[in-house]
Ligand binder design. Structure first.
Ligand SMILES: [Zn+2]
Length: 113
């Protein structure tokens, strides 16, 4: 078997390319966002029962409520399109995937039940 490195880079676009703004107090940065996510992931167990969750994927994400952290109200919160020039988006890219380390060969199968 060849090691298949699946070409699925972190599709981290599921956070929603929007910003919020509270028209009541001018808050642009702090909100309580209630979302419902439906996700799927590959649960990979070793024979000893250790679990590693791989390939997490957000199937659907629904924003249910956004409330301003300052006023505590969501009545004045407006959604802004993310057309803001990326001046402050200096987030470092996640460096590599935390893959399993040096997994040499398949585990020995136990014969019999
Ligand atoms: Zn507010």
């Amino acid at each position: 078997m060849a090691t298949v490195s699946s070409a699925s880079p972190d599709s981290a676009a599921s956070a929603g390319p929007v910003r919020y703004r509270c028209a009541a107090c001018g808050n642009l940065t702090r909100f309580d966002v209630t979302t419902t996510q439906r996700t799927r992931a590959y649960h990979h167990y070793s024979l000893s029962g250790d679990l590693s969750v791989e390939e997490p994927e957000v199937l659907t994400e629904v924003v249910e409520e956004v409330s301003c952290r300052w006023c505590g109200s969501g009545k004045a919160v407006a959604v802004l399109p993310l057309a803001v020039p990326a001046s402050a988006s200096a987030e470092p890219a996640p460096a590599g995937e935390p893959g399993p380390a040096a997994d040499s060969g398949p585990p020995p199968e136990r014969s019999g039940a």
